[in-house]
Write a protein that binds this ligand. Structure first.
Ligand code: ACO
Length: 382
């Protein structure tokens, strides 16, 4: 395709196109670095918490001790859901895909937010906190309902990750699981202008409300090329079954030109730092279980992929090891992508509120290549 006025270049997939400035997040794909507001993800994973990370994304600085306590408390108290949302979740067919149930419930949730019509920055920050707090409760409640069990109400005395696991399983979680989920939530909270954040920003750029933007984000997250890859990656590993089968499986898949879920990234041309951190936690969970088979299978697949796709610079992405990690924590595969949303809602809302500070409707072009000058023929003469 040329670059004349009649045939302008088409930026298919919007590779390398900048559409906004942001102070929230940098993905340095060549160095394999991820930074939130100046802080390296490895430092945040080690020292921060999900509540603190959300404050950082929303306010562009770390909270003071009293502010941290306030945001922690507010998220804990806002985890509760209106009874009508539980009723809506119970009314959905049990076969509903959990990420669809989440998208539906978040859409309905907007009707219960007293600030819905207030588009001031303060009101949007209040809405951001409320919806961020409630996504985990919705995911956990629908998982219980899907399993024919009663939803477990949130407990504001517990941390966000701990309470989520408790609401899913009905039991107080092991501290290692709580720690790992908190780290996973920190690391999934933002990733610059990924597909779901872009979708949320497009919706927001029309001055639709914050909930509409979050619903757009969830819709885009669902796909297997984005957040849906964690569930698919785990399913592939379970199908491979053991390290001995990895080489043959990967070789056959590559020969069929398949893209293995959990590998590749538009921006990372090096190791995804989140995958490296989760890989170590997956190892710890496997050791606790006394069964290294799944971890060793993942390692064998990774080795073959790195060897075969070295030139294309394909590395494991976060979804490869989040799938393994969540499975080893006992979470059902169907909730892996919703768990991604439990965290990414923090980033979606942060980007949308930032974008609104200098909003411009996002309206790119498509290059029309269809016919011209067609003559309309009435239906009974076609
Ligand atoms: N397995 C095998 N080959 C791959 C993979 C993969 N997972 N990903 C990319 N490649 C190959 C492509 O076939 C292509 O080869 P070619 O040049 O010979 O045609 C080359 O690497 C470049 O890949 P593209 O598809 O052009 O990369 P793009 O930036 O368009 O896509 C994407 C990125 C969608 C993530 C892709 O790598 C993919 O489909 N991966 C699997 C799904 C996945 O894991 N998604 C999660 C991403 S992370 C996240 O969203 C949280």
């Amino acid at each position: 395709m040329g670059t004349t006025p009649e045939h302008p270049a088409v930026a298919k997939g919007l590779d390398d196109v900048y559409v906004k400035e942001s102070k929230i997040c940098l993905v340095d794909g060549l160095k394999g670095r991820l930074i939130y507001v100046g802080y390296d993800i490895r430092d945040l994973a080690e020292h921060s918490s999900f509540d603190e990370t959300c404050f950082l994304l929303w306010h562009f600085r770390l909270p003071r001790r009293d502010e941290l306590e306030t945001v922690r408390r507010a998220i804990a108290e806002e985890r509760k859901l209106p009874e009508e949302i539980y009723a809506l979740l119970k009314d959905l067919p049990k076969s509903t895909v959990p990420i669809d149930a989440l998208r539906t419930a978040v859409s309905a949730l907007s009707a219960y937010d007293p600030d819905l019509a207030d588009d001031s920055k303060d009101a949007n920050l209040r809405k951001a906190l409320r919806v961020t707090a409630k996504v985990g409760t919705i995911v956990a409640a629908f998982e219980r309902i899907r399993q024919g069990k009663k939803p477990v109400p949130p407990d504001p005395e517990r941390g966000h990750a701990e309470d989520f696991l408790r609401m899913v399983t009905g039991k107080a979680p092991d501290p290692l699981d709580t720690k790992i989920l908190d780290v996973a939530l920190i690391m999934h909270a933002d990733h610059s202008l990924n597909a779901s954040t872009f979708a949320a920003t497009v919706a927001a750029s029309t001055l639709a409300d914050l909930y509409s933007a979050v619903v757009a984000g969830i819709a885009a997250l669902k796909g297997p090329l984005h957040g849906g890859a964690n569930e698919q990656a785990l399913k592939v590993l379970l199908k491979i079954g053991s390290p001995a089968n990895a080489e043959a499986y990967v070789e056959k898949a590559l020969a069929r030109k398949e893209k293995l879920p959990g590998f590749g990234h538009r921006v990372y041309k090096n190791f995804d730092p989140r995958a490296l951190i989760l890989r170590e936690y997956a190892r710890k969970l496997s050791e606790r279980q006394g069964d290294m088979n799944l971890f060793d299978t993942a390692t064998a697949v990774q080795d073959v992929m790195l060897r075969e796709l070295q030139e294309k610079r394909i590395y494991p992405n976060v979804d490869f090891y989040s799938g393994v990690t969540y499975y080893l924590m006992g979470l059902p595969p169907e909730v892996f992508t919703p768990v991604f949303a439990v965290s990414r809602v923090g980033g979606w809302t942060a980007h949308v509120i930032e974008y609104w500070q200098s909003n411009r409707i996002l309206r790119p072009l498509d290059l029309y290549i269809g016919p011209m000058e067609a003559t309309y023929v009435p239906v009974d003469r076609r």
